[in-house]
Ligand binder design. Sequence first.
Ligand SMILES: [Mg+2]
Length: 114
Amino acid sequence: MTQPPTSLTFEEARQRVDAYIGQFREGYFPPLLLLARLTEETGEIARVLAHQHGKTPKPGEDAGDLEMELADLLFVMICLANERGLSLERGFERMMQKIETRDADRWTRKEPGQ
Ligand SMILES: [Mg+2]
């Protein structure tokens, strides 16, 4: 197993997924199928969290790997953004700008040293 890079940019992730998908004639799934995959992966995240916070796994059922399930979801999100020609980096920046302004006073700020 290769060591992961110390940091990964949105663009590197976008290109890596695009290079992977680009090897295959089928290419990206169409948007509604990607939406189904997003939903499926979200459900897998829910299952892992349920195992960690309450529900006991069924006999023989794996407790799951939250990090991997989050990465599965990220992969599908990158696929959907690439398929639609969207930039997750630009979207992330826009979203952060939104919450940093709109929600600037929404939460209780920590006191210095907290
Ligand atoms: Mg999964």
